[in-house]
Design a protein around this ligand. Structure first.
Ligand code: ADP
Ligand code: MG
Length: 458
């Protein structure tokens, strides 16, 4: 058995070990390999310092035990950080050689796409992979037109609709299409929440001039989820001025919201009338045919196949929104792949029956705490404690970030729920995590996306 085969067998066993959750397995063992093996010593290559620290501290025994079980003359293990290129090449080599059945980790190869630093656009959202049907026809046509003729016909373009129905996808498609055609166009995508936060820090740091300059030289401003501006008077005023400056300059503005402009709470009248001054289009719930088309497209994207009866069954039983449709499909594909069996109608029915019986997903602090604690192998009590060791402080910061992001708790409330911490500590934690995510800390991006998946699907 060569070292690649040895590591593949070890991974297959570790993956099945009950002491390690799937999330942990994927996070910590992805992109690892055996770098060298000599005289009873095995050197394990890991992608970064953080993985090294975790594997050394938490999984040393498990790895050694597993390796010895396969090859009893192994006496000790050590870890070494290998550059990405090396590891990637190795992984590819391993995958080619590997005779193991596809494992759970394969399906969790996280999105390869990364957000463009300058525009904040995610290249995965394109018109080309946006399915059009009766529920989004108008919104789609208006978006295309804006991408072709920015600042002309429909300004602003205001798209609204419920969660998971494709607003962000459409908004970002406009930006990506325009940027592709005109490289030098200044495109900026951001959520209204981000605009608000930036505005507040600009005021606090007396950088309001820079802030205005930044937002007033943009050719296409895309602002997602403007409903967030409800009750924020000063931000509304600033947005009003930004809006006017851009508009007068024939710059394009695209907005989205979860409800129509006239239904946004406590929105200043003058801003409301600006929002309504161009083109307003809603996105509704996809009908059965469209759900089938979307499923087919997503199945093809993943290079896999499902029978028509299964596709129709899923479409018939997942009606709430497109995000959920995608989620259901992912889980179904992952579980059938893991079992190494074809996804039959029977199995689909069984799975969906289970998931339908589950109560609606309600995210709560309790759930966030549990998922995060499980994932990082710490106790909930430790998260609430005053312990400042990195092992515990990091999960705690992630909890704060998720409470802010997903529960929309205020900073002081987060502080008080987490063992009476000061709100400045909470602000520090949330902005630290946000910043690292934005700076493309891949490890953290994967952790957070996995945690969110667990929180929403649990
Ligand atoms: P929203 O912003 O309205 O909450 P998103 O744009 O984030 O919704 O869409 C949720 C998920 O569904 C995304 O993964 C998106 O790519 C996918 N999606 C939504 N609408 C479509 C569509 N018409 N065609 C293909 N995928 C879609
Ligand atoms: Mg969105």
């Amino acid at each position: 058995m060569n070292k690649d085969e040895l590591w593949q067998s070890a991974l297959a066993e570790i993956e099945l070990d009950t002491n390690i959750s799937k999330a942990n397995f994927v996070t910590w063992f992805r992109n690892t390999s055996i770098s060298a093996q000599k005289d009873g010593g095995v050197v394990i290559g890991v992608p970064n310092a953080f993985s090294k620290e975790w594997l050394e501290n938490k999984f040393n025994k498990l790895i050694l035990r597993t390796l010895r079980g396969i090859s009893p003359d192994i006496k000790e293990i050590s870890f070494i950080i290998e550059s990405k290129k090396q590891t990637a090449a190795k992984v590819q080599r391993q995958q080619r050689k590997s005779v193991m059945p596809p494992s759970f980790s394969d399906q969790l190869s996280f999105e390869q796409f990364s957000v463009d630093k300058e525009t904040n656009l995610n290249p995965k959202y394109k018109f080309e992979n946006y399915i059009v049907g009766a529920s989004n026809e108008l919104a789609h046509a208006a978006s295309l037109s804006v991408a072709q003729n920015p600042g002309k016909e429909y300004n602003p373009l205001f798209i609204y609709g419920g969660v998971g129905l494709g607003k962000t996808h459409l908004l970002q498609s406009i930006g990506n299409a325009l940027k592709e055609k005109h490289k030098n166009t200044q495109v900026q995508y951001l959520t209204c929440e981000k605009f608000t936060n930036e505005f507040i820090s600009a005021v606090q740091g007396q950088k309001i001039k820079d802030f205005r300059e930044k937002y007033r030289k943009i050719d296409l401003l895309i602002m997602d989820d403007v409903q967030f501006i409800a009750h924020k008077e000063r931000t509304q005023e600033e947005l009003f001025h930004t809006f006017n400056a851009l508009y007068e300059d024939n710059k394009q503005i695209v907005l989205s919201s979860d409800k129509a402009p006239h239904l946004i709470d406590s929105l200043e009248e003058r801003l409301r009338s600006r929002f309504q001054g161009g083109m307003t289009a809603d996105i509704g719930h996809p009908d059965f045919e469209m759900r089938v088309t979307i499923l087919r497209a997503k199945i093809k994207e993943r290079n896999t196949e499902l029978s028509d009866e299964v596709i129709q069954y899923i479409a018939d039983h997942t009606q709430s929104n497109i995000r959920e449709l995608e989620g259901t499909l992912s889980v179904l594909l992952a579980s059938s792949k893991m079992a190494g069996l074809e996804l039959t109608l029977e199995k689909t029915k069984k799975y969906l029956a289970q998931s339908i019986r589950r109560p609606r997903r309600i995210i709560s602090l309790k759930k966030i705490l549990k998922v995060v604690a499980d994932f990082y192998d710490v106790t909930e009590k430790e998260i609430l404690s005053q312990n400042r060791k990195r092992d515990i402080a990091h999960p705690r910061q992630v909890v704060m970030y998720l409470m802010r992001e997903d529960l929309k708790y205020s900073y002081p409330l987060i502080g008080s729920k987490l063992g009476g911490r000061d709100h400045t500590t909470v602000i520090h934690a949330c902005s630290k995590i946000s910043r690292e995510l934005k700076d493309n800390n891949e490890q953290l991006q994967e952790e957070v996306s996995f945690l969110k998946q667990e929180i929403y699907n649990a």
